[in-house]
Design a binder for this molecule. Structure first.
Ligand SMILES: NC(=O)c1ccc[n+]([C@@H]2O[C@H](COP(=O)([O-])OP(=O)(O)OC[C@H]3O[C@@H](n4cnc5c(N)ncnc54)[C@H](O)[C@@H]3O)[C@@H](O)[C@H]2O)c1
Length: 398
């Protein structure tokens, strides 16, 4: 197997793959579509970050590609439907930067409560502004978390450790951690807390869910944070709420339109406001998160190659078959229609191949069956399995 790793991935990714006997070539930047098509000629695995687009055309040009690893959180840059149609597994690292986002939220909550950025700016300007006015401890204060997923729930635990009283609102039924209290509506949460922090996901329905009405509903002199998605909040309304003093501070890490490159100009109605902390979408950007991403996706690619494991794949049915104690393993990705498993097993039976172990999972239109056989597979059996009409991809794993 050979892997092409683009976009300066963390070196751990190369180490993990190399130690598994996979030949690795690394390149620093992203590749445009045609460059990627040319570069992939000799490779079975591709590792990218967010800047390389793995389009339908790229996948059509390389139908034998085994897997794509997105060494980042999102997978919008991969045509997942086209990858699934060709039985190409895709993996990402959905949890690697959760802790980093939580730590930035905690830092922001304390910084706003103590008006740290104002004190810092004044002192850099040569002004000794020593005062306790408007500065608060966070201990004993109420925090309202909107979106109690990976980030929201971890923030809940850490905020309680700081002595905060946590309330949360989630559209799904979620287990309340520690002493956190569930609110049955956003309005109930807004009525209950002094600090509101958004951690909802990026589904289209969340566009503009937090605007003038919600800022008005917040308790006077509340604090507000958005580290989720820029399009969720009406920032003109936030600006007005801060200028009027109704919102005492805000921390914003995500914006509806974000500059593409480091050093590009940034504009927002929130620039220049007092006690408003603006950060350039760095919630998840830490060296620890990058290392974790390298380890997480590197391991997923390695395990898929070695065992056929699709655990946490973003497009294939999840199976974690572990290492085989049998002679040979066949990983068979197929169209999810009735009778496929029977047809696979019929081929094996006709060729007198005994099945030592077998696991099946399905996801939407695709099925995945991993079969361990007690004897080696002849080229004839492999050919017969490939010709099962529903077969998308068949891989023999030694
Ligand atoms: N700032 C950064 O650098 C950074 C880094 C990582 C993630 N994020 C963003 O943080 C957000 C949360 O990430 P996560 O991993 O915790 O996601 P997640 O999918 O685990 O959690 C999102 C939660 O929000 C809930 N939800 C969705 N819409 C809601 C609504 N309208 N009201 C209440 N609850 C709602 C969902 O049910 C889910 O429990 C995402 O938008 C993600 O893109 C930002």
């Amino acid at each position: 197997m050979r892997a092409l790793l683009l976009e300066n991935l963390h070196p751990l990714a190369s180490t993990i793959l190399t130690e598994a006997g996979i030949e690795v070539e690394t390149r620093p930047g992203a590749l445009a579509e045609d460059e990627l098509i040319a570069a992939l000629e000799r490779f079975d695995l591709l590792g990218i970050r967010s800047k390389t687009e793995v389009t339908k055309r790229v996948l059509a040009a390389h139908p034998d590609l085994v897997a794509v690893g997105a060494f980042c959180i999102g997978t919008n840059q991969i045509d997942l439907a086209a990858a699934t149609e060709r039985g190409i597994a895709a993996f990402n690292a959905p949890y690697s930067n959760t802790r980093s986002v939580v730590e930035l939220a905690v830092a922001n909550i304390i910084a706003m409560a103590r008006r740290l950025t104002e004190r810092d700016k004044a002192l850099h300007a040569g002004i000794w502004d020593k005062s306790s006015e408007g500065s608060h401890e966070v201990r004993g204060r109420t925090l309202g978390i909107v979106g109690y997923g990976n980030i929201g729930s971890q923030l809940s635990v850490i905020a309680e450790m700081l002595g905060m009283q946590v309330y949360f609102y989630d559209t799904d039924e979620k287990l309340a951690l520690g002493n956190a209290r569930r609110c049955s509506s956003l309005e109930e949460l807004l009525d209950s807390v002094e600090t509101v922090t958004l951690h909802v996901d990026g589904r289209m329905g969340n566009a503009g869910i937090f605007g003038r009405e919600q800022f008005t509903r917040m308790r006077p002199r509340s604090l507000f944070l958005n580290l989720s998605r820029g399009f969720v909040v009406d920032y003109d309304a936030l600006r007005d709420a801060v200028v009027s003093g109704h919102v005492a501070g805000a921390a914003v890490d995500v914006f509806p339109v974000e500059p593409r490159r480091r050093g590009d100009r940034f504009d927002s109605p929130l620039r220049g406001l007092p006690n408003v902390i603006l950060t350039p979408h760095v919630g998840g950007s830490t060296e620890e998160a990058q290392e974790d991403i390298g380890r997480f996706v590197g391991t997923k690619l390695r395990d898929y190659v070695q065992t056929g494991s699709t655990a946490l794949s973003v497009n294939l049915a999840p199976l974690t078959p572990g290492r085989s104690a049998h002679a040979q393993r066949v990983a068979h990705i197929h169209h999810n229609t009735p009778g496929v498993l029977a047809r696979v097993n019929q081929v094996l039976a006709e060729h007198e191949v005994n099945i030592g172990a077998q696991v099946l999972a399905t996801r939407d239109q695709t099925g995945y069956v991993v079969t361990d056989t007690d004897s080696g597979l002849s080229p004839g059996v492999v050919r017969a399995l490939r010709s099962v009409p529903e077969t998308i991809r068949l891989r023999v794993i030694d």
